[in-house]
Design a protein around this ligand. Sequence first.
Ligand code: MRU
Length: 353
Amino acid sequence: MLYQGKNYRTVWLDEGKLFIIDQNELPYNFKIIELENINHVFAAIQKMKIRGAPAIGAVAALGYALAIYRSIDSQLSENIIQYYELLLASRPTAVDLKNGLDAVKWSIENESDPNVIKTAALQAANIFVENSVLECKSIGKYGNQLIADGCRILTHCNAGALATVDHGTALAPMREAHYCGKKIFVYVDETRPRCQGMRLTAWELAQEGIDHAIIADNAAGYYMQQGKIDLVITGADRIAANGDIANKIGTYSKAVLAKENGVPFYIAAPFSTFDRELSSGQDIPIEERSPDEVLKFNNLALSSGLSTAYNPAFDITPAKYITGYITPAGIFTIKDFYKLWEMNIKAQSSRQS
Ligand code: MRU
């Protein structure tokens, strides 16, 4: 990801220390913070200093592995279980979190030597992270095929480099199209209540020099009706076996509007976001966050103080609204989803070995 002409990742290890870009500070400050221990990793995920499904998976894998690596040998077995459970409870919807933790856990399952365990855990976390970067790059290449010169694209929330380790999912095809010299325009939903679109996606696009405008969430239908949106691409936090997806609250209404207006609606996601164990989207746990996120912005009250608020962080978009899934292995429709599951199974089992 470019910031002032320099490349950064969202999360990385440097000389045995774990660093992230603090996303709660953006777009005002570009602040890098160290996550010094497992409790810092838990808090960073829960407070959304790092957020976005693949990024959560990556920080969980690295944080878990590092905590295992730093454990005193006599407490290793206990810590392996406790740290896994702690991080797994940090946020419920994105399955990448579990997949990141499992990649580390699986790598040490049959080991008993503490030194082997520590080295294997770190190695597995690094492989998970590097794999995530490669998968996002691939999503960019395949998704670029959907983008014609002059294309006007709507996106929701932030599924950019900040939501991954690098490149992004929904933003990866837009980056790729831009690098290929295509002229594109991106409509960025502001994405209330936490405004990931306005604060993060618009910031990323601006850093890359990609033409865009922020629109109020309620404006998307208007622009579709006017024929000003050619394509919608969003990310996902979990994709069930029947192709239903969970993504940031408001995604479902954009998908319904897209269908009504004949605009293709695509989901871009790496394999870590697929959950073949859930038969339908109805089974995906939806995070309910604090009412304060709706009632206040940067601690400034937006309502009288006499009302409460509801704040579901995600919604479910049924597969019937999704034109296709942009994956690291190509673009799939619901009809050939079974092929995707076969590849996903392979990807997961190769992570285990
Ligand atoms: O609550 P967030 O900001 O973690 O939600 C993020 C999203 O919904 C993203 O669109 C999704 O994780 C895809 S990220 C590549």
